[in-house]
Design a protein around this ligand. Structure first.
Ligand SMILES: C[S@@+](CC[C@H](N)C(=O)[O-])C[C@H]1O[C@@H](n2cnc3c(N)ncnc32)[C@H](O)[C@@H]1O
Length: 368
């Protein structure tokens, strides 16, 4: 049976390596998100809006079970406040299977799982949003948006999911499909609502890396709305990414959970993982690509910057503090970065320090 037929006709279908990598990203991100959110706020919600049947024919769990298990197996789980997991699935047979799968999990008083009656997400979103926020607009809500088809999740719907100040979206962006069909006659009628504007057209002319260019364009649309965003390409072996996972959040703290996930799964560039590299240490483990951060820090030449400002800049470029320290060390070795305050410290770049940056001309030998 062809895969498209299997997905359409069967209640449960076989997993693939992409799904495994996607779930690995979910797990790592959720571990950080739960650790922070569920020990800070009295309650929070995860909405799995395209939940699926909760299992694959070859055994792996589906996303709602991945979420629940990440909660139940978290080392800090006993200290967690309440998590509501709300699942929506369009097909009645898959809803039934999902209920069966979730019923196998051990109960926990802190985990409240609710499987909604079969429904179409675009129609149910306002009701789910009210359910998820529990009477407070600022309840943290993480929306998992993982449809089969582009048309099921236009940008306007994603915006709706980000209406609350602590709403976050983890979204599957169909970059391969966009790459393949973007020049097809009439496809703009699908693309423009999907992106929420025509800014996707700038990616079409990209000869190399068009999939990544679509991810960048999508993220630009989110940034233009004042949101923070990160993305990660999901691929198999050395093939191009089939889709990207895109995070949209109102808070820089959300990005601080995202960057370590991407670097954990792709030690070299933090931009995308294949099924092979996700589990294994990469050959390039010690030499991550920090070019963009290097360029950004060099641009501070002639100014002094607070460590917090630099840390925030690194997070927006999907880098962690260890990368910041790595680049600062490199610049310091070239005389281009200098800690001016405090004078004495146990580490080179402690919290609260101020760094002054210089240009290569400033350190050039005067005689030369
Ligand atoms: C990609 S699968 C989800 C896989 C699941 N998130 C996982 O990772 O295990 C998409 C699911 O969404 C369901 N679906 C499709 N369109 C939908 C819609 N408009 N609203 C809700 N569910 C939908 C499909 O029946 C399918 O089970």
């Amino acid at each position: 049976m062809r895969r498209v037929d299997e997905l359409r006709e069967r209640t449960v279908w076989k997993s693939d390596p992409h799904t495994q990598v996607k779930h690995l990203v979910y797990r790592h991100y959720l571990q950080c998100w739960m650790g922070k959110i569920l020990q800070t706020f009295s309650e929070a919600t995860i909405v799995d809006a395209f939940a699926g049947p909760g299992v694959y024919t070859d055994g792996p769990p589906g996303s709602p079970v991945v979420v629940a298990k990440t909660f139940l197996e978290h080392t800090a789980h006993r200290r967690f406040n309440k998590l509501h997991l709300v699942c929506l699935e369009e097909r009645p047979d898959r809803v039934e299977e999902l209920q069966r799968q979730l019923a196998k999990l051990p109960p926990s008083p802190q985990l409240n799982i609710s499987v909604q009656p079969p429904g179409v997400f675009a129609e149910q979103q306002p009701r789910l949003s009210a359910l998820a926020h529990r009477g407070r607009a600022d309840t943290p809500v993480l929306w998992l948006i993982d449809p089969f088809r582009l048309k099921s999740a236009p940008f306007s719907l994603i915006r709706q999911c980000l209406a609350g100040p602590r709403d976050e979206v983890l979204f599957t962006l169909f970059t391969n499909e966009l790459h393949r069909f973007c020049q097809r006659e009439g496809y703009d009628k699908t693309m423009t609502p999907y992106f929420g504007g025509t800014h996707w057209t700038s990616a079409v002319t990209e000869r190399r890396g068009r999939r990544e260019a679509f991810a960048t364009a999508y993220q630009q649309g989110l940034t233009d709305q004042g949101l923070f965003t990160g993305s990660f390409g999901i691929k198999v072996s050395s093939q191009s990414a089939r889709y990207h996972l895109v995070l949209a959040t109102h808070s820089e703290a959300g990005l601080k959970c995202w960057a370590p996930v991407t670097w954990k799964l792709d030690h070299y560039s933090g931009q995308g993982a294949s099924a092979e590299t996700a589990g294994a240490l990469s050959l390039f483990d010690e030499t991550s690509v920090v070019d963009r951060l290097d360029v950004a820090l060099r641009a501070h030449a002639g100014t002094a910057q607070r460590r917090e400002t630099l840390s925030s800049q690194a997070a927006r470029l999907n880098h962690m503090d260890k990368h910041l320290r790595q680049v600062l060390d490199t610049l310091a070795a070239q005389g281009l970065a200098f800690r001016v305050d405090p004078v004495r410290a146990r580490t080179s770049w402690p919290e609260g320090c101020t760094v002054r940056f210089y240009a290569p001309e400033d350190v050039a030998d005067e005689a030369s």
